[in-house]
Design a protein around this ligand. Sequence first.
Ligand code: 13P
Length: 252
Amino acid sequence: MRRPIVAGNWKMHGSRTTASELLAGIKEGVDSVRNVGVVICPPYVYLDQVASLLKGTPISIGAQNLCQVTGHGAYTGEISGQMLRDLGCQHVIVGHSERRNIYGESDALVAEKSIAAHHADLTPIICVGELLEEREQGDTEKVVGRQLDALLSTAEGIEALRHSIVAYEPVWAIGTGKTATPEQAQDVHAFIRGRLAQIDQVLAEKVCILYGGSVKPGNAVELFGMKDIDGGLIGGASLNTDDFLAICRAAE
Ligand code: 13P
């Protein structure tokens, strides 16, 4: 049995003040959420604050990105997996479509980052997903398959995947209010699990596959009710205490 997970990706939102207000509400409500792993991924600069506010709660902390290089070095502006561990992170989002599409992160770089995260003892939340044109051309499986293969093609990548969470985020559904239907999402989740099963059946059964893209309290129950959807990666709705808690409860 896979334990459902709901992760909030704050993206580049918030301030010290809004972070503590939001977390106060989430801390208060999270006790009523049963058997769901809850993860909060604030911007780097608030990780320390969030870690101290969440001390003693069951909520885990994640970063939104990391450097592909392990350890220390002359990499101006970069943050290593070890530094994230040092701050109390257990998770890190890797290969979000905004990193892939705005900052040009390639499949190979995303694979390197996932491996670096695993080496730093972090659980990568590896994002995959197709653009609208790719879906319209019928290329969804080709694109998602290619993104996964960057990891599945090496022993280190497979090892990292064994300790990862995968998030399917169709790019056309992110921040657009246009959610994939539960059936559309389930089809891709089943495809992802099938692709993993070609390499390792146990890995495929074990890996949590989250859906992300305009998840709201009103559609979460239906989405999370699908066989291969093990929770969600939440953007906009994770910035609202009531919405985020309602989505967490929908994953129970
Ligand atoms: P929205 O929930 O705002 O569509 O964002 C999804 C997302 O990109 C989470 O990583």
